[in-house]
Structure formats: structure tokens, C-alpha cells
Design a protein around this ligand. Structure first.
Ligand code: ATP
Ligand code: MG
Ligand code: NA
Ligand code: MG
Length: 263
């Protein structure tokens, strides 16, 4: 079937998360260079995450917090609505790098995105909320190269040669694959963390490498899935599991397949 049964398991509570963090502090291993957060559906858990990140930033003031503000997609929220004000008021202000999709960016700013100009304004508003780097990981903005591309945009704060500050914007066309994958948002955020580490002042390069990794992983996955499904059949979710291990070499050293444009 194309519909997966719901996952099973236990949800960690805010207090249980705090106990883990206390143990990390007691063992003096609370010095991190990066922290990455993603899907969360409980308000008290998210508020505990905020407290912990504040603690980690005190322990290492140059810690970089990458926040994937996972709240929904394509016009619908899939986390409780009361998480939105927590993201707006507490989480996003702590974030250094933010990776919303179009819908999440619209929720955070209260502004609808229809055009590239709208996206630029929304990214500037998100900068004002805190993060120095913002990437809209997917949008419905029509690509000038046709509907086989999905548009992603990025923006980061830079200092120009004359010493003045500006937000540099980039635009990317990503080749679309006709399938729905699970885990691509997580992989995007993780790759952006890694590639901004190697290219901290070059968002264009970091995004080109990130999107290229995505492309290689997705291509390998869809090729395999179609082969397994057989001619004319739609692959199952199991067959569409991202081919991560098989993509190790591409993840480490992706051939660049997308050129980001500075806009
Ligand atoms: P999140 O789920 O983290 O809130 P998101 O909605 O942007 O964010 P995805 O929709 O998974 O996450 O998109 C992230 C990236 O995954 C895209 O930038 C693109 O590189 C890749 N991707 C996902 N689905 C496809 C697809 N069908 N074809 C091509 N690329 C895709
Ligand atoms: Mg999406
Ligand atoms: Na995202
Ligand atoms: Mg996602």
C-alpha cells in the first residue's frame, strides 16, 4: 500500500529531556560547536529545548544553532498551532541558521509568498527576528526554467568590501522528481549545517553543495525504487527510503549540479 501504518514508540517528555541534559552538564560534555533541531510537537518540550540551547550558548558563545522550524507544509500545520508563538518569540530569535519551507516562513512572518520579491522581503523579516542565515528550502514560486524545477532561496548577512552591511540573496532551481520522500527536510538542514561549516562566508557554495547532495541522494533513491517497483508501478514508501549509506561518496564530495544565482 502507499499509506504507511503510523510509527510506534515513546515520546520523550520535557522533564526526561532535561534529565539527559543535566547528565551531560554533570559530565562536563556540554561544549558543542553546533546544535540542530527539527520536528517537535509539544510546547513544554520545545520550551525546554530553548532553555537548553541558552545554556549551551552560555557554555560556548560561538555555538551555531541551526533551526529547522518544522510546523507544516503546503498550507497546513502538522504540529499544534500553539507552537507557532513559541517558535516566533523564543526559538527563532536564538537561531543562527533557519531552514523553513515557504509555508513555515509565511507562518513566522505573517506574510504570503507569491513572487521572488515576496520571498526576499520575508527573508529580510526573518533576519530581523534573529538568524543571520535563512534558507527557504522549497517554495511554490514558479521557476523561469519551467515547472520541472522547484525554487529555493537563501539570504545571509554579509559585510561588503566597503565595510557596509547587507543581506546577500541567492536563488536556486532544483530539478523536481515526481515522488514524495520522507526525511528530505532533515537531510537538507543537516547538509546545510555541514556545508556552512566548511564555507562559513559563502552561502552560495554551501547551498550549491547542499542541493547537489539532495539531488544525488534523491536520484539514487528514485532509480532504485523504480527498479524495485517494476515497470509502470509506483514505488512504495519502503522502496522510497532515502539511499543514504549508498550515497556516502556523494554526501562527502558532491558533484555540483545546481548553480545558485546571486540576486
Ligand atoms: P521541512 O520538512 O523541514 O519543514 P521542507 O518542506 O522544505 O522543510 P522538503 O519538502 O523535504 O522539506 O524539501 C527539502 C529539500 O528536499 C528540497 O530543497 C529538495 O532539495 C529536496 N526534495 C524534496 N522532495 C523533492 C522532490 N520531489 N524532487 C526534488 N527534490 C526534492
Ligand atoms: Mg516540503
Ligand atoms: Na525546511
Ligand atoms: Mg520535512
Amino acid at each position: 500500500s502507499l499509506v504507511s501504518p503510523p510509527p510506534t514508540g515513546q515520546v520523550l517528555t520535557a522533564e526526561e529531556l532535561n534529565v539527559l541534559y543535566e547528565g551531560i552538564k554533570l559530565n562536563k560534555v556540554n561544549h558543542y560547536d553546533y546544535i540542530l533541531t527539527g520536528y517537535c510537537r509539544d510546547q513544554s518540550f520545545l520550551e525546554m529545548v530553548v532553555d537548553i540551547i541558552q545554556g549551551l550558548k552560555k557554555a560556548n558563545p560561538s555555538l551555531i544553532y541551526v533551526c529547522d522550524p518544522v510546523m507544516g507544509d503546503h498550507g497546513a500545520m502538522y504540529v499544534p498551532e500553539h507552537l507557532l508563538p513559541v517558535y516566533k518569540d523564543k526559538v527563532v530569535p536564538l537561531a543562527n541558521i533557519l531552514t523553513p519551507n515557504q509555508f513555515e516562513a509565511e507562518l513566522l512572518t505573517g506574510r504570503k509568498i507569491n513572487t521572488e520579491e515576496d520571498a526576499v522581503e520575508v527573508m529580510d523579516l526573518l533576519h530581523k527576528m534573529g538568524p543571520e542565515t535563512v534558507v527557504l528550502t522549497s517554495t511554490d514560486i514558479p521557476s523561469k526554467n519551467g515547472d520541472q524545477f522547484l525554487v529555493a532561496l537563501g539570504s545571509h548577512k554579509i559585510v561588503k568590501p566597503d565595510g557596509t552591511k547587507t543581506n546577500q540573496k541567492i536563488y536556486m532551481d532544483i530539478p523536481k522528481v515526481d515522488a514524495v520522500f520522507v526525511g528530505t527536510g532533515d537531510l537538507f538542514a543537516a547538509m546545510l549545517l555541514a556545508w556552512t561549516h566548511y564555507h562559513p562566508k559563502d552561502l552560495k557554495m554551501a547551498c550549491e553543495k547542499t542541493v547537489s547532495v539532495m539531488h544525488h541522494v534523491i536520484k539514487r533513491t528514485i532509480t532504485y525504487a523504480n527498479e524495485m517497483a517494476g515497470p509502470g508501478k509506483r514505488p512504495s514508501p519502503a522502496q522510497l527510503e532515502l539511499r543514504m549509506v549508498q550515497s556516502k561518496a556523494d554526501i562527502e564530495n558532491p558533484a555540483i549540479i545546481v548553480e545558485a544565482k546571486i540576486i
